[in-house]
Design a protein around this ligand. Structure first.
Ligand SMILES: [Zn+2]
Length: 570
């Protein structure tokens, strides 16, 4: 596993892996983006191309490509090696990473892939006529149906075609009380549901005609959990990152039609309101969400519930309600992608939308109706995480409703006059925070830049006794070829690990041997000064009596060594 991980680490590119989750900007060695591990609006998350490292200056998360995948995918180390290997086309011996579940998952992926092919094939058959008519009516071109791998589940036949080892685990079959297994999807238009790597993990089936339920999903399986999935995410991801926003619609057809109309940053929630997991996934990629749900009551209620979750994740929320009471699918067919794009760009922020809706639904001249409306909007505004933004929105809401600002501030417990109350931090706690000295940082960079230089520093390991980063520098001096992340893993001091990761991300010019030796000398001197003071203290305790010769000698040695260039002691 160790060797395998090394091989994978050496062939992988952390920039490419991180880019699947975070929009990275910049062209040099260090790229920046919004941290996927904490909520932020200005990027403090950086990835270093040469060092194959990431670090967040906001929350301290950092590490190599595997640490990144482990954290973001909540994966174990073996899983993360597998995921990265897969991305870079490195084959992994099956027993190498077997966590017991790997084989089962692989089989399920294969079964679902075969099922997807089977459904696609069936779509051209005679029985699928009515299914094709639905696509035609929706003006979904054959090309797009193919691209989204739309298919058809016939009345029977999947079980025989698939012959899965564990039929029920695929989520495609149902076992009845008699223990018989039959197809879950019969006579349905089939939409494959993918994971974020584009592998089929489930299906959504739409009824042909008036059969209930109109939409049916695969049952939950080891691969599929409904609340964790956004339809078409792997297709929409790149466009969303580029646009800085993601559009969320309700249904498969909405999503498909918009993609066909050239709006590519669209995913479908395929359910009612968004779940916390879905929101967390979106927050990895974009700072802004535009919700475009159906105008019916169910859609609007679902959207309303989702706003709170989105705001809690520090996302900017805009709401698009299409004119004419149309859903996205109908609208884009009628008006085209360009008009839709414009509406997306101009979509009101959630609070503007809620105010307009309140004015539309209630007579705001009635004091009680107005009070209800204000309270309603403020309930959402209260969820805005950024206090400055919240204050601005509160002002706008007060103005829009023509109510005194003070009243709005009071109900939100914000005040523009009172300085923000900060928790009192005990002085001691502040003083405890340690930092790496410039010399330590320089030495870490020196070894990372040039292993040969690292080797030349080895004889001076003993001079580092006083350096906080000694456990790390020591290992790097002794074996400069070692992967820094491996070294860090061997150290227990969490704070130190984090500081070193931060230091690695700082830009650094090439360090020469002379500079490196000067840094070692500085660390040595820091140690000597401390020793000198200790000796002086000991000497003082001897009083007027004769000082032990040993101490005197030590003091002299120290005085001689201090400031001595290391070139001479080599
Ligand atoms: Zn962070």
């Amino acid at each position: 596993m160790k060797n395998l991980a090394e091989t994978v680490r050496n062939s992988a590119d952390i920039v490419r892996v991180v880019s699947d989750y975070v929009t990275l900007k910049g062209t040099g060695a260090t790229l920046k983006g919004l941290c996927p591990f904490h909520s932020e609006k200005t990027p403090s998350f950086s990835v270093h191309r040469d060092k194959q490292y990431f670090y967040c200056f906001g929350c301290g998360a950092g590490g190599d490509v595997f640490s990144f995948v482990m954290t973001i995918e909540k994966a174990t180390f073996p899983e993360s090696v597998r995921i990265v290997a897969e991305k870079f086309g490195i084959s992994i011996p099956e027993q190498g990473v077997d966590d017991g579940k790997a084989e089962e998952r692989k089989e399920l992926f294969e079964a679902l892939d075969r099922a997807s092919n089977y459904f696609r094939k069936m779509l051209s058959g005679e029985e699928a006529g009515p299914a094709r008519q639905i696509l035609e009516k929706r003006k979904i071109s054959a090309e797009f149906a193919e691209r989204f791998r739309v298919g058809y589940a016939p009345a029977a036949g999947l079980l025989a075609a698939l012959r899965p080892r564990d039929a029920v685990a695929t989520g495609l079959f149902v076992r009845n009380e008699q223990g018989e297994i039959y197809d879950r999807f019969r006579r349905r238009l089939m939409f494959p549901i993918w994971n974020d790597r584009g592998k089929v993990i489930a299906f959504g089936g739409r009824a042909i005609g008036d059969v209930q339920p109109k939409y049916l999903n695969s049952s939950e399986s080891p691969l599929y959990s409904k609340s964790n999935v956004l339809y078409a995410l792997h297709v929409a991801r790149n466009a969303a990152q580029k646009a800085g926003r993601m559009v969320v619609v309700e249904g498969y057809f909405d999503c498909l039609s918009l993609h066909q109309g050239g709006i590519e940053n669209v995913v479908a929630s395929c359910g009612t309101s968004l779940t916390q997991q879905q929101v967390a996934i979106m927050a990895r990629y974009v700072p802004e969400i535009v919700m475009n749900y159906d105008p019916d009551t169910a859609g609007q209620n679902a959207m309303r519930k989702s706003i709170d979750l989105l705001l809690a994740k520090n996302l900017r929320v805009r709401i698009l309600k299409l004119p004419g009471g149309l859903d996205p699918d109908d609208f884009i067919r009628r008006e085209g992608g360009e008009v839709y794009s414009r509406l997306i760009a101009d979509a009101p922020y959630f609070w503007q939308y809620l105010m307009t809706e309140a004015a539309r639904q209630h007579d705001l001249d009635q004091p009680s109706a107005k009070a209800d409306a204000v309270r309603d909007v403020l309930q959402c505004v209260a969820k805005i995480q950024d206090r400055v933004e919240q204050l601005e929105v509160a002002r706008a809401v007060a103005e829009g409703f023509k109510v005194p600002e003070a009243l709005v501030f009071e109900s939100l417990h914000v005040s523009p006059r009172r300085p923000e109350v900060r928790p009192v931090v005990p002085k001691a706690a502040v003083a405890v925070r340690r930092t790496l000295s410039p010399s330590e940082k320089q030495l870490i960079h020196a070894v990372l830049q040039d292993q040969e230089l690292g080797r030349q520093l080895e004889p001076f390991v003993d001079f580092l006794v006083e350096a906080w980063s000694r456990p790390i520098l020591e290992q790097l001096f002794k074996d400069p070829a070692r992967n820094l992340e491996v070294v860090l893993e061997s150290v227990e001091d969490e704070e130190l690990r984090s500081e070193v990761r931060a230091a690695v991300m700082e830009p650094f010019t090439q360090v020469s041997l002379e500079q490196a030796l000067a840094s070692v000398a500085q660390l040595r001197d820091a140690y000597l000064v401390k020793r000198e003071m200790e000796i002086r203290e000991q000497l003082k305790q001897c009083g007027s009596g004769a000082a032990p010769l040993e101490l005197m000698k030590m003091q002299m040695d120290i005085a001689r060594m201090k400031g001595l260039s290391l070139e001479k002691t080599r």
